[in-house]
Ligand binder design. Structure first.
Ligand SMILES: NC(=O)c1ccc[n+]([C@@H]2O[C@H](COP(=O)([O-])OP(=O)(O)OC[C@H]3O[C@@H](n4cnc5c(N)ncnc54)[C@H](O)[C@@H]3O)[C@@H](O)[C@H]2O)c1
Length: 365
């Protein structure tokens, strides 16, 4: 199990340290054969080497079976005129590794229903999986530039998709829905955007080939509303890159904190050291950013990073035993009342990042 560890900036390295501690405890119990190697990514890589994604980091990620990433970015590297930006590392890794499907499960823990800003009867029982297209759309389309035009400063971004890019991610949604409650909701803006009309057309073609799965289309603005009004109605939600980016931050509020949601980014690449076994390479990361407001203070919730490691054990290594042990340890720890600063209520004890991870690790045997 060769894993590239890219902590990045802000709370990234803090929450990854917790994930690593849990993986090491699992290694002892399940003999995972863990091999970890660290690399620079994001703002710290810009400081050290002038680029957000050094060649050595890309090679490290390529040569590993999976990559665990913390988060990148922060005010230090925020100058909008700068040509090197931490986020370039994320886009570069996704593109170079062909990671086109970003899986973001949203399943509020029953013990934390009260931590959500939404009413318990809305949040209870929610179990949805958002699949965000990750290597196309407006974050990659060209031209994307700022320039001087006849009316002064102007800027352009391009929302571009090929039918193949749409089909492969919608197919992932149908495949995963078949392992769940057999419903796919495709989200687009087909009343306005040509790219969305292509998206919908292709999604319908895939749906016609999968008649055992219930299918519906929703416009993204309506989805933004339904997601917090009737989130229990959704099973697998598939959408393009930018819509998925926005909707998943909104969905993060169902469980109550950005610090709880993991993600997996998958493509068709096989793992290196275990080639031929049908194991899929993946990049795993919490959905939150580098949270500069709380970095270095022990306030970060490590659960999203720890659950990202559990997704890695499940999706890349097929180690359902270890993944379930980790997920159950997280759930039991939260059920027992352990709360980091983002979750703590009146009268409850606040745990630091390392105290929370120690509490979870203690349940791993
Ligand atoms: N994948 C990534 O690396 C990624 C994703 C999003 C944003 N970013 C970058 O992160 C930086 C900060 O962005 P932002 O503030 O918009 O988003 P953010 O996700 O970093 O933080 C949003 C809010 O959620 C809180 N939060 C986030 N993670 C938390 C955790 N684990 N525990 C407790 N609270 C948590 C933060 O304190 C903040 O109040 C920016 O530079 C942005 O570009 C990176």
């Amino acid at each position: 199990m060769k894993i590239a560890i890219l902590g990045g900036d802000g709370i990234g390295p803090e929450v990854l340290a917790s994930a690593i501690e849990c993986l090491q405890a699992l290694d002892q119990r399940f003999a995972l054969g863990l091999e970890l190697e660290k690399g620079l990514v994001g703002g710290c890589a810009i400081d050290a080497q002038g680029t957000a994604l050094p060649e050595a980091t890309l090679k490290l990620a390529r040569d590993a079976d999976a990559t665990l990433l913390g988060a990148v970015g922060g005010p230090k590297w925020d100058d909008p005129r700068s040509t090197v930006r931490p986020e370039q590392a994320l886009l570069g890794l996704r593109k170079e590794l062909g990671l086109f499907a970003n899986l973001r499960p949203v399943r509020p823990v029953e013990a934390l229903i009260g931590a959500s800003t939404l009413k318990p009867e809305v949040v209870s029982g929610v179990d949805l999986l958002v699949i965000r297209e990750l290597t196309g759309g407006i974050y990659f389309g060209q031209p994307s530039e700022r320039r001087d035009g006849p009316h002064g400063r102007e800027a352009v971004d391009t929302l571009f998709y090929t039918e193949g890019e749409v089909r492969r991610v919608v197919e992932v949604a149908f495949d995963l829905a078949r392992q769940r409650r057999r419903k796919v909701t495709s989200v687009d803006k087909a009343n306005v955007l040509s790219s969305s009309r292509l998206w919908r057309e292709v999604a319908h073609e895939v749906a016609a080939l999968n008649p055992d799965i219930e299918y519906e289309d929703l416009l993204v603005d309506a989805m933004a509303m339904h997601l917090i009004r009737r989130p229990r109605d959704f099973d697998v939600v598939v959408t393009e890159n930018m819509f998925g980016d926005i909707l998943t931050d909104e969905a993060a509020m169902l469980p109550g904190s950005m610090g709880l949601l993991p993600s997996a980014s998958l493509g068709t690449r096989e793992t290196r050291s275990q080639a031929g076994r049908g194991l899929r390479y993946g990049l795993y990361e919490p959905i939150h950013g580098s949270a500069p407001d709380i970095a270095g203070k022990g306030l970060a919730n490590p659960v999203a990073a720890i659950l990202s490691a559990a997704m890695m054990l499940r999706f890349t290594f097929g180690r359902i035993d270890a993944a379930e042990a980790l997920e159950q340890a997280v759930e039991a720890t939260l059920a027992a009342g352990a709360r980091t600063a983002d979750l703590v209520g009146p009268g409850e004890t606040r745990l630091s990042t390392s105290e929370m991870s120690a509490a979870i690790r203690a349940r791993l045997g």
